[in-house]
Structures are given as structure tokens and as C-alpha cells.
Design a protein around this ligand. Structure first.
Ligand code: PLP
Length: 388
């Protein structure tokens, strides 16, 4: 896409679905284009190979810096999903018989990776992992591998990971943290969190789609998911995707540099959006509003709203948002996150997620609020008519 086309798209539409994926940052694009001309294989010893290797290693340093880790502890993968599955093995740094994950995890964690079964830890009504339930389960059997997210992709609720880490370690367990939505939006330091392993995804921070990393808090043996060559210190075979890794590294560097001011700016825009929603529709419900949330995320509904229809109507108004419900095999499933929070299926079906990013402007927020007047008017009138 040319720069002209990008500018035109930007003014014509408001993209407010950054938790689904972020547009490519200019720094990532430039790094990728340059890396495409690196002709060598990073494993080759000649000058061309060494050039490709230096691109990969520079990216590894940037990704490590974003989460306060050592570069040698970063394992590049093809997605956040792959990093989660790589982490979730009974052989990760030991021999685990149990896997505990919270009920609000991403499907790539809820699926349990290479464990035969998963135990779900409850969530509270405000969208946080229930630490009392975690503690109870930790006391019940052999020490487990535990996987918790740092911030929820639907509500944005920031989880009490450091407190959970203390409980998990006291019980002799190991903690994996899915930081895919948190990285680049809030401070995310692997040591301060007490995480043994941490997952990142390139495309959520303005890198390319199809690049991820599993980061280790210290020396720890992984059970490779992809076996063969000795790439990534023997933990992920296959010639590295040099251009994607370069883009991921550049995005991580840019996200790190802008973190504090961007986080404050996004919070201001998000708060303006929520104030506008409340002013226009006093009956609006903002999920997990009592919890600390990512500065860029709002998940809301109004009784009677149908999220699938709202998403289509917003799209027609030039605003890209998403519904809280997952659509798989053509069937809309109510959100497992809202279900775990005890939200009724009727209300959950109306959950709409708006997520902002570094390129979001005040105009985008105003455009959303103007569209909301049209969308809510049309939808709520229809649902009230049907109820009458
Ligand atoms: N974990 C969370 C919390 C996510 O939101 C996502 C993607 O939406 C993933 C993991 C998967 O990342 P990827 O799209 O890179 O596979």
C-alpha cells in the first residue's frame, strides 16, 4: 500500500481494533524492507550469513530490552500462539504433571499446549484471576506449570501477575505469562513480574503478523515444538524469518521508546471515549471498569445491543471495532471471558470492544462517538420495538 493510499484510508476510516492487530509501524516497515535484501542464511559463516545474523541479533536485543530480559533468553517463533504452545509442555524446565490456566486466557493457552488436560482457575466479577482459587488449587496436588495473561485481550484488565508469581513459586511451580496484549502498552518487566517465561507477539506492537517470541526469565530448558536444525539455541528449528524478526525488533524498539507518553495519551483518549459513551447512553455498562485496565481498551455494552450487528453498522459508518464474542465455524460463541466473570449470556452477546493505538487521534474518537449515536439509536430502537 502506498503512503498516499494509507493517508486516504486513515482520513476515511477510524481503525479502533488494535487489540486484534496493530498497523505496521514505519520503523518496522523500513527494517523489513532493508532485511529483505540481506541474502545470507543467518547460520552461514560467510559475510552474507553474518549480515543476516547481525539483523536477527539486533532484533533479539530490542525485544529483550522491551521486557527487561537477556537477549540470549529470547526465542523467536512464528506467532504468539506458537510461543504459548512452546511454553506449555510438561517438559518445560522440569517434569510437570499439572497445568493451571485462568478461565480468561486466550484460546491458545486454554487449549493446554502439550498437556493432556487443563485445570481452570476462576476469575472474579471484575475480570481478574481469582488469587484465592489459585492458592487453593496450588495446595491441592503436585506443583504445576501455571499460565496467566498480563492483560486480558477483551476487557484490558491487568492481572495481579506478581502476586500470582509469589504464590506459584512458594508452591514449587513455574509461571508462564502471556504478555501479548500488555507489551508496549504498559511496563512489562519479566523480573519485576516474577515470570519464568513470557510470550510476545510482533503484530500487536506494530510489527509484522507472524512473528512472536518466548522469553525466559533465566536459564531454563524448553521442549522444542519444531525440531530439526539447531537454530534459536536448539529451541526452535528452522531458518529464521529474518525480515519478520527485523520488523518485530524495530517495533519493539519504537514501542519501548514511546511507552510512557503513548500510554498517557491513549488513556486520555480512552477516557474521553468512555465519557462520551456515558453521556450519550447512561445505561452503558463498561466491563472490568473497577479493575486497572490497559490504557487503550474499552469493552462495553448496553442492554438490548447485539454486538455482531453493531460491528457491521460501525463498519458502514467507517469505524473498525470488534465484538467481544468469538466467531468460529460461522457460529457466534459468547465470550468465555465474560462468562467467567459471571456476565449473563444476553448481556455478553452485546459486548463491543474498542481498542486504540499510537496512531489513534482525537478525530477518531469523535468519529466513533458520532457513529455510536447512529448505531445505538438504530439498534436499541429495534430491540425495544421487538420487546414491546
Ligand atoms: N495471547 C493473547 C492474549 C492474544 O490476544 C493473542 C492474539 O490475539 C495471542 C495470544 C495470539 O497471538 P498471535 O496472533 O501472534 O498468534
Amino acid at each position: 500500500m502506498t503512503a498516499t493510499k494509507m493517508t486516504a484510508t486513515k482520513t476515511e476510516r477510524a481503525y479502533l481494533d488494535w487489540n486484534a492487530t496493530a498497523p505496521l509501524r514505519p520503523q518496522a516497515r523500513a527494517a523489513m524492507v532493508a532485511a529483505l535484501d540481506a541474502i545470507g542464511n543467518p547460520s552461514s559463516v560467510h559475510a552474507e550469513g553474518r549480515e543476516a545474523r547481525s539483523i536477527v541479533e539486533a532484533a533479539r536485543e530490542s525485544v529483550a530490552l522491551l521486557v527487561g530480559a537477556e537477549p540470549r533468553h529470547v526465542v523467536f517463533t512464528a506467532s504468539g500462539t506458537e510461543a504459548n504452545v512452546l511454553a506449555l509442555s510438561p517438559q518445560t524446565g522440569g517434569h510437570w504433571q499439572r497445568l493451571l490456566v485462568s478461565a480468561i486466557e486466550h484460546p491458545s493457552v486454554r487449549a493446554g499446549g502439550r498437556f493432556p488436560a487443563v485445570e481452570a482457575v476462576a476469575a472474579t466479577a471484575c475480570g481478574l484471576v481469582d488469587l484465592a482459587d489459585l492458592e487453593r488449587r496450588l495446595a491441592q496436588g503436585p506443583a504445576p506449570l501455571v499460565s496467566l495473561m498480563l492483560a486480558n485481550n477483551e476487557t484490558g484488565a491487568v492481572q495481579p501477575v506478581a502476586e500470582a508469581a509469589a504464590l506459584v513459586h512458594a508452591a514449587g511451580g513455574l509461571l508462564h505469562v502471556d504478555a501479548v496484549q500488555a507489551a508496549g502498552r504498559i511496563v512489562c518487566d519479566i523480573n519485576a513480574l516474577g515470570a519464568d517465561l513470557l510470550t510476545l507477539s510482533g503484530h500487536k506492537i506494530g510489527g509484522p503478523k507472524g512473528a512472536g517470541a518466548l522469553v525466559k526469565g533465566g536459564p531454563l530448558d524448553l521442549a522444542p515444538l519444531v525440531t530439526g536444525g539447531g537454530q534459536e539455541r536448539g529451541q526452535r528449528a528452522g531458518t529464521e524469518n529474518v525480515a519478520s524478526i527485523a520488523g518485530f525488533g524495530a517495533a519493539a524498539g519504537a514501542a519501548e521508546a514511546d511507552l510512557a507518553p503513548e500510554s498517557t495519551r491513549m488513556r486520555g483518549l480512552r477516557d474521553r471515549l468512555e465519557a462520551g459513551l456515558r453521556a450519550g447512553t447512561p445505561e452503558v455498562i463498561i466491563f472490568a471498569a473497577e479493575a486497572e485496565r490497559l490504557p487503550n481498551t474499552t469493552l462495553f455494552t448496553v442492554p438490548g445491543l447485539k454486538a455482531e450487528t453493531a460491528v457491521i453498522l460501525f463498519d458502514l459508518e467507517g469505524v473498525a471495532i470488534s465484538s467481544g464474542a468469538a466467531c468460529s465455524s460461522g457460529k457466534v460463541q459468547p465470550s468465555h471471558v465474560l462468562e467467567a466473570m459471571g456476565v449473563s449470556p444476553q448481556l455478553a452477546r452485546g459486548a463491543v470492544r474498542v481498542s486504540l493505538g499510537p496512531a489513534t487521534t482525537q478525530d477518531d474518537i469523535e468519529r466513533f462517538l458520532t457513529a455510536w449515536i447512529t448505531v445505538s439509536g438504530a439498534l436499541l430502537e429495534r430491540s425495544r420495538g421487538m420487546a414491546a
